[in-house]
Design a protein around this ligand. Structure first.
Ligand code: GLU
Length: 376
């Protein structure tokens, strides 16, 4: 089994989810600064080595409830939302400052469920986060608790972390929490409970092992972590659960400390392409010239210059067919412009996009990450 255990050093784009109980001392309701600084040391070490790091951080409610002096115990939804509005300011600030010590820039991104589920909003969120990574900033992501209401909220950052990891085609999701992994029996009730080091696949047995362990501050018990594992691994993202309480929790994983790895068979790009190629209904077609067909087959993006005609009614982010000069399907992809704008860009050089449309759109009609070529 150990032969299959991945190493932290194998991964290039990593989402680290930090639970509230790690960041905030529950008894005092204050930030655990020494711990945060040590985690950020680990993050900075990886970022300097060229890896891309994204953080999904809880803690807004935990920090805000203290400032607002809300009573201990469960909060009503509106109280959590008010607490999040206050606490998110402090949360963003502590991350920003901790990263700045290493010369890194933190960027706050607040998402709601809809931003990761609805296609156009998903594409917007994805391109913003991709731009931040390109600019070497570290996105600090949380749910936009203040506006997310019961029916449309995640409510836990384990699943949000998994959706962010799949949305960004990350190769690893790290869940840092108050447990060091999955046990074959509830560890607080059973002294013989053993940590499961590797889960090759989330089976019914694994789901049974996940008790409802949780603490006052973190809503996410093992159950939501297993849900996160299902989302992540189905989309080609590996996941690891490790204890976060100690200092330098990422370094501990790298050094082989206790944790549970959830493996994926798929690779994230392949999984994403499968989704584009298989599950989306094309809303139109883009006809391209022979030069564009050749470029697409060499792995390039589709530029407006290679487009000869567009067909159908599509909006930005919709799936479209790409057809060659003879009308044969060359591939499928998500188009970066709606029908009207795409029509105005037919045959144009990408440099002219701003002049033609009056805004600076993407240089590609269909970006290669959003493209599946037939027979690939
Ligand atoms: N978004 C919530 C917060 O920042 C936390 C949700 C969770 O801990 O899973 O307070």
């Amino acid at each position: 089994m150990s032969a299959q255990t991945p190493k932290l050093a194998d991964f290039r784009r990593i989402v680290v989810k930090v639970g509230s109980s790690l960041l905030v001392d529950s008894a005092k309701g204050v930030l655990r600064r020494e711990w945060l600084d040590a985690l950020v040391d680990d993050v900075a070490e990886r970022a300097k080595a060229g890896d891309e790091l994204l953080v999904v951080s809880s803690g807004a409610i935990a920090m805000g409830r203290n400032v607002l002096k809300l009573a201990r115990g469960a909060l009503k939804l509106e109280e959590s939302q008010a607490a999040a509005a206050v606490g998110q300011i402090a949360l963003a600030r502590v991350w920003f400052d901790a990263l700045a010590r290493h010369g890194l820039t933190g960027a706050q991104v607040l998402l709601t469920l809809g931003d990761t589920e609805e296609r156009r909003r998903y594409l917007n969120a994805r391109s913003t986060i991709a731009k931040l990574l390109e600019l070497r900033a570290v996105p600090i992501i949380n749910e936009n608790d203040t506006v997310a209401t019961t029916e449309i909220r995640y409510g836990d950052n384990d699943r949000l972390g998994a959706r962010v990891a799949t949305m960004m085609s990350a190769d690893l999701l790290v869940l840092l929490s108050d447990v060091d992994g999955l046990y074959d029996a509830p560890p607080n009730e059973n002294r013989d409970a053993k940590l499961v080091p590797v889960v090759p696949r989330v089976t019914a047995e694994i789901e049974r092992m996940a008790g409802a362990a949780g603490s006052e501050l973190s809503r996410g018990g093992m159950r939501t972590k297993i849900e996160a594992a299902k989302i992540a691994t189905a989309a080609g993202v590996h996941m690891v659960i490790a204890a976060g309480h100690k200092l330098h929790p990422l370094r501990a994983i790298a050094e082989g400390g206790p944790c549970t790895w959830f493996l994926t068979a798929a690779n994230p790009i392949t999984a994403r392409k499968k989704w584009i190629g298989g599950s989306l209904e094309p809303k139109g077609a883009i006809h391209v010239d022979a030069g564009a067909v050749a470029a697409l087959r060499r792995g390039k993006s589709l530029l407006p210059a290679g487009v000869v005609r567009v067909e159908g009614t599509f909006a930005r982010g919709d799936a479209v067919l790409i057809r060659g000069p003879e009308g044969a399907e060359v591939g499928r992809g998500l188009v970066a412009y709606d029908k009207e704008d795409a029509e105005r860009l037919v045959g144009q050089n990408s440099e002219r996009i701003e002049t033609i449309l009056g805004y600076r759109g993407r240089s590609e009609m269909v970006h290669r990450d959003d493209l599946v070529i037939a027979g690939e």
